[in-house]
Design a protein around this ligand. Structure first.
Ligand code: NAD
Ligand code: UGA
Length: 458
């Protein structure tokens, strides 16, 4: 069968895999190929055990793989054949040199731009899918047009807004798709071509267009606003703990104002995930670069409150458990940065684990999906840690449970049974406020939620 278009995606990660699977699923008329420099990842995408866990992903990949979705390590060949290339490589925080710890590390992205330039023999549309600093498209254009081979490239920005754990739903029914382009006739033509791809399943009114710089910046700002809501509610959770106010009641009252809205106001142990912190720091770095120090300080506060929230959680544990955790056994319920994913990048559970081990506690970690990643994240302190998939077995013999991830299963466990097998006095620190606190208290636990008065038997 002849396909109408050849679409290539460079980068087979949490974004590249699911987004391209969705395009292939919704558009059988296109051939979609995903390439990656990591052969293990490609092999996993071609196996029955996909490299990432995302509800609904397996079904889609199995339906379209080999039909119009292909995973391959052949980057050069893929580039040659493609009409449209999505670039979805990682853009982590730089760990070295100028801007270390703040700026985006653009080495993977730049290498891709050069690969595209070297391998291309015909006109292509290049789509920035990775999250990038504003003005990156300009650098992309300069790299791509720096040889005199006459090949024309159109660069578009099309940031991804999916959240892990709900990625397939988000892709199938997005709040909006944003496409930024140059305002030249070629730029607008390329933009319309990308609009047509999404219009196969996304209502036109939800496909919005803008200039390319607005699009790049909107992605950073979207994540900054989302993270800011979490830091706002978390900052107030500390005040609730001092004043006997209840953060859930405050969030409900505030969120029912339709101008504020009720979503993303769950107080927690802090936000994690590969992007919030990195994208805010990137925004902060850009602001400082342009001399906007007050603006930079404002956004940096969001990350500072997040660090404060994690440290506060540890200090609350320490204070509640008679100011020493040395030799105590603590069970972490969950290690993923949020429910319904195995991803642990920047998970609050990582820093909490490290701090508890610093306090000389012993850890038992349980999680339905993230234990392999947990083992890798904590390899240097593995002597202090047991990884046990069954939560009942994990909690047995422990002094305390600390809820790190809001997996539904934790709310439905038999806590009488768990209490019976723990050391006494037994403590629960609910870093996600997902458990039935008064019931736990009745069972005998000393209960410490986030932003609510503790329930203790002392
Ligand atoms: P990831 O690390 O899971 O995947 C990136 C992939 O790119 C890796 O498999 C890596 O091997 C590959 N890669 C790197 N350089 C390459 C090259 N030169 N050629 C071929 N492959 C190469 O990252 P991710 O989570 O998918 O994120 C990708 C981008 O999307 C980032 O900019 C991120 O900020 C953004 N983003 C992520 C999410 C998310 O939920 N994870 C959501 C929205 C946006
Ligand atoms: C986030 C954004 O929601 C996506 O729109 C964006 O595309 C993505 O980042 C990205 O650029 O990578 P993600 O990090 O996958 O998605 O998940 P979120 O649902 O945003 O949760 C992030 C963190 O905030 C998690 O640790 C979560 O537990 C925490 N959170 C979320 C709270 O603590 N409270 C809340 O009310 C909501």
């Amino acid at each position: 069968m002849a396909f109408e278009k050849n679409i290539l995606c460079i980068g087979a990660g949490y974004v590249g895999g699911p987004t391209m699977a969705m395009i292939a699923h919704k558009c059988p008329q296109y051939r979609v190929t995903i390439v990656d420099i990591n052969p293990k990842r490609i092999a996993a995408w071609n196996s029955d055990d996909l490299p990432i866990y995302e509800p609904g992903l397996d079904e889609i990949v199995k339906a379209v793989r080999g039909r119009n979705l292909f995973f391959s390590g052949e980057i050069e060949g893929g580039i040659k054949e493609a009409d449209i290339i999505f670039v979805s490589v990682n853009t982590p925080t730089k760990t070295f040199g100028a801007g270390a710890g703040m700026a985006a590390d653009l080495q993977y992205w730049e290498k891709t731009a050069r690969q595209i330039r070297e391998a291309s023999q015909s006109h292509k549309i290049i789509v920035e899918k990775s999250t990038l600093p504003v003005k990156t498209a300009l650098a992309m254009e300069r790299i791509l047009t720096s040889t005199a081979n006459g090949i024309h490239f159109d660069i578009l920005s099309n940031p991804e807004f999916l959240a892990e754990g709900t990625g397939i739903k988000d892709l199938e029914n997005p709040d909006r798709v944003l496409i930024g382009s140059g305002e030249t006739p070629d730029g607008l033509k390329a933009r319309d071509e990308l609009v047509e791809i999404y219009a196969n399943w996304v209502p036109r009114e939800r496909i919005i267009t803008s200039n390319i710089w607005s699009s790049e910046l909107s992605k950073l700002v979207s994540n900054a606003f989302l993270a800011q809501r979490i830091s706002s509610i978390n900052s107030i959770s500390s005040l609730c703990e001092k004043t006997e106010a209840d953060i859930a009641e405050v969030a409900r009252a505030v969120g029912m104002d339709s101008r504020v809205g009720g979503k993303f106001l769950n107080a927690s142990i802090g936000f994690g995930g590969s992007c919030f912190k990195k994208d805010i720091l990137n925004l902060v770095y850009l602001c400082r670069h342009y001399g906007l120090d007050e603006v930079a300080d404002y956004w940096e506060g969001v990350v500072k409150i997040n660090d404060y929230q994690k440290e506060r959680f540890i200090l609350n544990m320490l204070g509640a458990m008679f100011n020493t955790l040395a030799g105590k056994k603590i069970c972490l319920f969950g290690f993923a940065f949020k429910a319904n994913t195995g991803d642990t990048r920047e998970s609050p559970a990582i820093s909490v684990s490290r701090r508890l081990v610093e306090e000389k506690a012993k850890l038992v970690i349980t999680d339905p999906r993230a234990l392999i990643n947990a083992e890798a994240d904590l390899a240097d302190i593995k002597e202090e840690i047991d990884l046990i998939e069954d939560p009942y077995e994990a909690a047995a013999g422990c002094d305390a449970i600390a809820v790190m991830t809001e997996w539904d299963i934790y709310a439905t466990l038999d806590f009488e049974k768990i209490y019976g097998n723990m050391r006494k006095p037994a403590f629960i620190f609910d870093g996600r406020n997902i458990l039935d606190h008064s019931n736990l208290f009745k069972i005998g636990f000393n209960v410490f939620p986030v932003g609510k008065p503790p329930l203790t038997h002392f």
